[in-house]
Ligand binder design. Structure first.
Ligand SMILES: [Zn+2]
Length: 358
């Protein structure tokens, strides 16, 4: 049963009188929920298909939820708006296990604190409404994987400390929020005990973002038939990773943000069932010089086609839709097709679900 339906079903019990603020907002609604579209062993739900520019298209920034045997286990990126999409999806994330961060740009990380906080509130609701004695709160750590620093420094003209790197490692980023003694959101270490009876617990793994020498992806998780791999990809000076998730004979690859220089995107995408690709660019050539940096950081449509064709990908999901691509999807698809790719091409939409075992 979906989280929202489940909360609705208990909304009228006197047990929850003191917690009615959790449930009354749902009581009159009966719309279709994205969570009810999840079927089979491996699925992806798009929480954010846009970013980083807020437009009336209404897309949240980059974020995807991966379901293993129907349960939301992995969050890939958490850009702004992902929290709202999560709320609308009806998904309960009390048991979310793994967070994969492709890189540390805000349109991929901005909503992570909000999602982590609601993860503990989802535990709270279950605890409060459990029959008999309350089940124990969450004590399992959530595991975060993301890029290590690549050592790139600021230009001297900025006057930064010469030892400061432009981007911290993922562990520095995560500790910067949550570490008990120094994190800016360190209150969560005591707050989560109070609200869920659980323990705030996380661990972080930094993965090499080296895209020049890492020609083969490295396994970062291998357990119970689930394999997650990562590879460094070029995103200009930004340490960045692409990820591959395999389960029960199906595979999802996520490019993160990348220019796709080199062969790493081809290597990690080999025979993938679904490739979620950075489609921030609407043309192969920048319309003028002011777009040059943007074009150096993201993948040109024809390069998406080259990678998908060379890797033998079965299905493409075009995502990270920007104002430049919003109205150019047909042209983008033509440029991809021109490289020989004949598989299915879908365009991402917030709350769209793709089941890999159709
Ligand atoms: Zn981005």
């Amino acid at each position: 049963m979906s989280y929202r339906k489940w909360t609705r079903s208990i909304a009228f019990t006197s047990l929850l009188t003191s917690l009615s603020f959790f449930t009354t907002a749902y009581a009159d609604k009966d719309e279709d929920l994205a969570v009810d579209d999840v079927e089979g062993s491996l699925s992806v739900m798009v929480l954010g298909s846009g970013g980083p520019v807020a437009t009336t298209a209404g897309r949240a920034s980059a974020s995807y939820l991966i379901f293993i045997d129907g349960k939301p286990k992995i969050l890939m990126d958490a850009g702004g708006g992902a929290y709202k999409s999560l709320a609308m999806s009806g998904v309960d994330i009390k048991d979310l296990d793994i967070v994969l961060l492709s890189h540390l740009h805000l349109d991929h990380t901005g909503d992570l604190p909000s999602i982590i906080k609601t993860m503990y509130f989802h535990n709270r609701i279950y605890n409060i409404t459990g029959e008999g004695t309350f089940p124990p709160g969450r004590t399992a750590p959530f595991r975060v994987f993301g890029p290590a620093t690549n050592g790139a420094k600021f230009p001297p003209v900025l006057g930064a400390d010469p030892t400061t790197t432009q981007y911290p490692s993922t562990s520095e980023h995560v500790d910067g929020h949550y570490a008990l003694n120094t994190g800016i959101d360190r209150y969560l270490n005591i707050f989560t005990r109070a609200i869920s009876g659980g323990i705030f617990n996380y661990n972080t793994t930094d993965v090499s973002p080296n895209w020049k020498s890492d020609s083969v992806e490295v396994e970062i998780v291998k357990e119970k038939g689930l394999v997650i791999s990562a590879i460094g990809v070029n995103h200009g000076p930004v340490p960045a990773l692409a990820f591959r998730i395999e389960y029960k004979g199906r595979s999802i690859v996520y490019s993160g943000d990348t220019s796709s220089v080199g062969n790493n995107m081809i290597n990690i995408s080999e025979d993938a069932d679904l490739l979620i690709y950075d489609t921030a660019l609407g043309t192969d050539m920048p319309p003028n010089d002011s777009f040059n940096i943007f074009y150096a950081l993201h993948t040109k449509p024809s390069r998406i086609g080259e990678v998908a064709y060379a890797a033998g990908v079965k299905k493409l999901l075009l995502s990270h839709i920007t104002p430049q691509t919003e109205n150019r999807i047909p042209q983008v698809k033509d440029l991809i097709r021109a490289q020989g790719f004949t598989g299915e091409i879908k365009t991402a939409k917030d709350l769209k679900v793709i089941n890999l075992h159709d």
